[in-house]
Design a protein around this ligand. Structure first.
Ligand code: CTP
Length: 406
């Protein structure tokens, strides 16, 4: 279960840093990937070379190294992890975190990360008991930071009490417990999802475009539900007035061809949900200047060409085909028959049929009435909000993956 989990290990300064070398080795033995940041103080106790040799990755140590920044920006470093583990967490690092300071690579990564942070504190007993540290621990815990230890016992400085770094076994057990509970609460953790949403705008000239009435609400709600269940979601969105759901990576596009390219760039993914109302056609030759009315009153004539069909393309990929490709069929009449045909024609696994006839009042609204069509048959879902449809779909996706042989 821990296999391939990525740990960003931040090593503060302290004698206990030597134990973190063993921690790296033990995490890797369990199949985890470890990338380490060594603070300047940490580098007084262990060498970057030892850290790099044990982790099998470059050891990052200085925010202001331009080479490091060019290779791997500090934001990316802080996000490309499933858990940020700080061991040893010094009083100084904890004070910086509690106050949002960011004046070196470690504190900047801690401020910039969107992942769970776990601290294994190690410091002298007086430092641990100092009211300033007590306040910082309380702040960090109410911010949702997890703590392992510290243990009680004899310290390197000769004093006895709370402040010893927890044993490597205890830190490993906490990491394990974190991923176990995360798997229960976030059943799509480790899965990548691509969602398309919104309309596309197909330019005619610099001031005019072809568009449709899609609001993007359903696609955004699906992206949000998948992310809430732990999926790593890329939302490729046409122009909408909506804000990006939490923990979702959003790529804004205008035209269908840009949307198709952005989807290809997001591959490989496990799940693709095509909700966008992609314009079927674009004008063959977009005018570089604004088209003017003519004195004879004859309106301009346009030739259209067909846009790429993103759903059919993703469904038919020979390599990197997502394990589950889901489309939508917005129909005004003969809804189920057309949706079933569309599923066959486009080669997707599931299709969600919805009635968008003007009498349904659904297009652009918050309520919708859908039928899920899979290879096994039809499921009519009661009329509900787009958010509920998104939640139900995300749970069906969880069921699908949990029914697969592991
Ligand atoms: N779709 C797509 N790329 C396109 C057109 C549609 O990915 N160029 C996807 C939509 O996101 C949706 C599904 O295909 O998931 C069905 O879209 P729809 O517009 O209903 O299908 P069309 O192929 O355009 O068929 P129709 O002739 O009914 O408009």
């Amino acid at each position: 279960m821990l296999h391939n989990k990525r740990i960003l290990l931040i090593m503060g300064g302290g004698v206990a840093a030597y134990k973190s070398l063993d921690l790296i080795r033990r995490l890797r033995e369990r199949g985890m990937q470890v990338r380490a940041i060594l603070t300047r103080a940490g580098a007084e106790f262990v060498t970057p070379l030892a850290v790099a040799s044990l982790s099998g990755e470059k050891c990052y140590s200085d925010l202001f190294s331009l080479t490091d920044e060019a290779e791997m920006g500090h934001i990316r470093l802080s996000r490309e992890a499933d858990l940020v583990l700080v061991a040893p967490a010094t009083a100084d690092l904890m004070a910086k975190m509690a106050n949002g300071l960011a004046n070196d690579l470690a504190s900047t990564a801690l401020l910039a990360t969107d992942k769970q942070v776990m601290l294994a504190p190690a410091m002298n007993v007086q430092m641990w008991n100092n009211p300033a540290t007590r306040r910082n621990v309380e702040t960090l815990q109410s911010d949702g930071v997890l703590m392992v230890g510290p243990d009680d016992g004899l310290m390197a400085c000769g004093e006895t009490g709370a402040g010893r770094l927890s044993s490597v076994e205890d830190i490993l057990a906490s990491v394990d417990a974190f991923f176990t509970s995360e798997n229960a609460l976030r059943p799509l953790a480790g899965k990548k999802a691509l969602v398309t949403a919104g309309p596309t705008h197909e330019p005619i000239d610099p001031v005019r475009y072809l568009a449709n009435r899609s609001s993007g609400k359903q696609g955004y709600a699906i992206a949000a539900s998948l992310a809430a269940l732990g999926a790593d979601v890329t939302l490729v969105s046409g122009p909408t007035a909506l804000s990006t759901p939490a923990s979702v990576k959003r790529i804004d596009v205008e035209r269908a061809t840009e949307m198709a390219q952005a989807c290809d760039n997001a591959l490989p993914v496990d799940i693709a949900v095509c909700v966008a109302a992609v314009a079927d056609w674009r004008v063959e030759s977009e005018q570089s200047g604004k088209i003017k009315k003519t004195s004879d009153g004859v309106p301009p004539a346009f030739t259209f060409v067909e846009n790429p069909d993103i759903l059919a393309h993703l469904s038919g990929l020979a390599t990197d085909r997502p394990a589950l490709v889901i489309g939508f069929a917005a129909e005004t009449d003969n809804v189920l028959k057309r949706a079933k045909d569309k599923r066959q024609r486009k080669g997707c696994d599931w299709i969600i049929a919805n009635d968008v006839s003007p009498s349904s009042g659904i297009m652009g609204g918050d309520e919708t009435s859908v039928t899920l069509i899979t290879g096994d048959g039809l499921e009519q879902w009661p009329q509900s909000s787009k958010t509920e449809v998104a939640g139900n779909l995300a749970l069906r996706i969880v069921d699908y993956f949990s029914s697969l042989p592991s």
